[in-house]
Design a binder for this molecule. Sequence first.
Ligand code: JFZ
Length: 467
Amino acid sequence: MNAKKLKIYSLLILALTFFALVTQAEDAAQTTPETKEQRDARMKWWRDARFGMFIHWGVYSVPAGVWNGEESRHIGEWLMLDYKIPVTEYSALTEQFNPVDFDANKIVKIAKDAGMNYIVITAKHHDGFAMFHSKVTPYNIYDATPFKRDPLAELAAACKRQHMKLGFYYSQAQDWHHAGGAAAKGGHWDKAQDGDMDEYLDKVAIPQVKEILSNYGPVAELWFDTPVGMTKERAAKFLLLFKLQPGIIINNRLDSAKATGDFSTPEQKIPETGIPGKDWEACMTINSTWGYKSFDHNFKSTKTLLQNLIDIASKGGNYLLNVGPDSKGVIPAPEVDRLHEMGAWLKVNGESMYGTSASAFAKLPFKGRCTQRPGKLYLHVFEWPADGKLLVPVSNNVKKAYLLAKPRKSLKVQADPAGKVIMLPQTTPDPIATVVVLEINGPAQVTDEGKAAPQKDNTEKTAKVNQ
Ligand code: JFZ
């Protein structure tokens, strides 16, 4: 062997060893389970964030819930399935979809103003229409509409500029446009939809998820949905993509067993006692639809929305509140107004929401909720007590008490066998929720008044039996 050959061989061996080491490291990265500390670090921003904006926006904003002159009673984004609209007929709506008033900076500002800390937008819903410039299929907002812009790219840029976290909703299994996509409730209604689901996943869903994880900067959260037919094997192919976004947070709707993901997704409801030991995010509509419906004016009041947020926070969850931009790309004014009012409350009272943990109490002797952080209890009073006294069921030593809106004015506190009684000002400071802060020493020592209802029912039953 001459010197030149030797050099080539040793270089080759060196290269092979390097390659082997790299692949080994990659395998290890995939298989090593995350430690609790690593998971806590990854989830930190999300747990602190508390409040996010869900955006359901797609070509369904054009018909806006109306088909053949009939007003759909179901959610707007399901119009294609509800009316079994043929694929070509529905696709033709794209010609009318020209959301020229879409302003990503404005939307991010609305979210910021509302006190929201992240945005999750539909990258593709069940109608199969991609709201981004996809190279995978021409059925996307850039190629198939006169708009010729990529709203997700614009939103990603605006989020970066305004320091807002951005996540994407992607309907991975249900797709009523592409062959092989699944359809819930009765299955396909158009031959164009028939095909092999695995082929659909390999050729459409997986490559598109790869696109949204590759081309839009940091992706904070991925929100999968309706995992029809999503076996463990099929879900596993998606899991491989997540290494494109280290730190990404995934909801629990990727596989049909809900075996993967970081958080649970109660929808349109707040679990009675939260979901103990789990991270969760309640997603809710602001009126009665996710996707825009021109005639849905059933907007929840600011009071309901804020009390929902407080209720969720008191149970340790996040609130993902939905807005539905119209076919011009604009969030309807009544929705913006409500978000603005929520933001005004949060500007004063945000300390009682962001980064706090669930209530110290199983029940409260007043109408309201509680959140806490070390050394502080936040009492959210929904109904101002007529006698001006607020009983907080703790036996701790109290450092001070005050309204979060007026931190410099201390309130008097009296000891009581049932806890501590805070003397409130006579007039109701905030008709929606007044936050009273009680600073205490050490963790809350809860009195019976704040513990789960004693077996009152049982006693009554026993009493009856004894009679
Ligand atoms: C899904 C979608 O079908 C709907 O259009 C919307 O995007 C919503 C956020 O999610 O609907 C669901 C999904 C899950 C349940 C109910 C409706 N669920 O688990 O009860």
